[in-house]
Design a protein around this ligand. Sequence first.
Ligand SMILES: [Zn+2]
Ligand SMILES: [Zn+2]
Length: 86
Amino acid sequence: MASALQVDKEELMARRYENDCCDCAVPGYPCLGSACPNRNVLYISCDKCDEDIDGEVYIYDGKECCKDCLLDALIEDGVIKKEGLR
Ligand SMILES: [Zn+2]
Ligand SMILES: [Zn+2]
C-alpha cells in the first residue's frame, strides 16, 4: 500500500471556513457585515477521526488532530505510555 503515502498534503489539512452568522444582528446592533466575526469561522477537522475539532488542534506527524487522536497516535508510536489506575 505504498500509494497511501502519496496523499496530497492539502488533503490532510482539512480546513474550511463557514458562515456562522445567523442571529448576531440584535436590535440596535446590526450585523457587522464583512467585519462580522461569525462570517468566516475556521473549522478544522481531525485528520484521524474526521470530527470537527472543538478546542485545541494538535499537529503530529504532519496531521492535524484532536486531543484524543493525538494521545492514541503517541501511544501507538511509543512516545508515551498509558497506564491505568486500578
Ligand atoms: Zn453577523
Ligand atoms: Zn480525532
